[in-house]
Design a protein around this ligand. Structure first.
Ligand code: NAP
Length: 259
């Protein structure tokens, strides 16, 4: 017999933010391949259309800037009107920035908090009431290994990711008896356009070649390579299918942070 809140087979509606490329696209493809209808949101409509094309099943493209205070409500309302309650929220949209702590501007700081912390908060706040009503929900935030440890030159990003892990842990404890779980997935460097931008940043700052810059990132990881989008999607799927995994920050980092 299935444990209370464990069932997922009949649960069919997912929302993935930041679904236009990288991890969000891979997660959307995985959820779609598993039979869920997947709503796809990000700002770039063309990239969302490419993700929709790459998915096996039904998709719904909802362009939005997730840092707009009204965005979460608008996205959820559109999904509900089309398919019903969002059973699975994957709050993935995010961005990075790099600067020494004493050179980090107010603008950089605020931008990181807006996209990596406040936006997932607003999505979770909007997702929970209908999930509670139906006694089932899965919330997965794509945080980062920067939620678990500090690295130089990414203070604002690190603070936002530590913050979002705190949000997930608190929500998970609060919701634990309701059939709704909340978890974070914490990857190290993943092979995505965001990491390509990091490589470009190293090239610009150090004059190294792109191949050398990429190698630096690969060597930072105990497994000697970048994490794949599929490996992140595997961790998300674990959070979706296993109702006893709750309040976790699941490191997908090749062993960099052992917990
Ligand atoms: N790549 C890594 O090494 C790595 C490691 C650890 C954690 N992560 C986290 O994983 C998540 C996805 O990263 P990724 O590597 O897949 O990044 P990516 O390739 O840059 O993709 C980011 C996605 O988020 C969307 N997004 C960014 N800002 C947005 C906004 N204001 N409103 C709506 N959508 C927005 C982007 O679409 P638009 O620009 O079109 O809006 C895009 O679809 C992020 O939260 C990131 O912090 C990444």
């Amino acid at each position: 017999m299935a444990a209370p809140g464990a069932g997922s087979a009949q649960r069919s509606v997912a929302l993935v933010t930041g679904a236009g490329r990288g991890i969000g696209r891979g997660v959307a493809q995985r959820l779609s391949a598993q039979g869920l209808k997947v709503a796809l949101s990000a700002r770039n409509e063309e990239e969302l259309a490419q993700t929709a094309e790459a998915c096996d099943g039904e998709t719904l493209v909802i362009p939005a800037d997730i840092t707009d205070p009204q965005a979460a409500d608008r996205i959820f309302t559109e999904v509900e009107q089309t398919w019903g309650t969002v059973d699975v929220l994957v709050a993935n949209a995010g961005a990075g920035t790099s600067a020494s702590v004493h050179k980090t501007t107010d603008e950089q700081w605020q931008q990181m908090l807006d996209v990596n912390l406040t936006a997932p908060f607003r999505c979770i706040r909007r997702a929970v009431p209908p999930m509670l009503e139906q006694g089932y929900g899965r919330i997965v935030v794509i945080a980062s290994i920067a939620a678990r440890t500090g690295d130089p030159y990414i203070a604002a990003y690190t603070a936002s990711k530590h913050g979002v892990l705190g949000l997930v842990r608190s929500a998970a404890t609060e919701l634990a008896r309701t059939g709704v779980t909340a978890n974070a997935v914490c990857p190290a460097y993943v092979d995505t356009p965001m990491t390509d931008a990091t490589v470009e940043g190293i090239v610009a700052k150090t004059g190294r070649s792109a191949a050398e810059a990429r190698q630096i990132l690969e060597r930072k990881q105990p497994i000697g390579r970048l994490v794949t989008v599929d490996e992140v999607a595997d961790a998300v799927w674990l959070c979706v299918t296993n109702g006893a995994v709750n309040g976790q920050g699941i490191n997908v980092d090749g062993g960099a942070v052992q917990s």
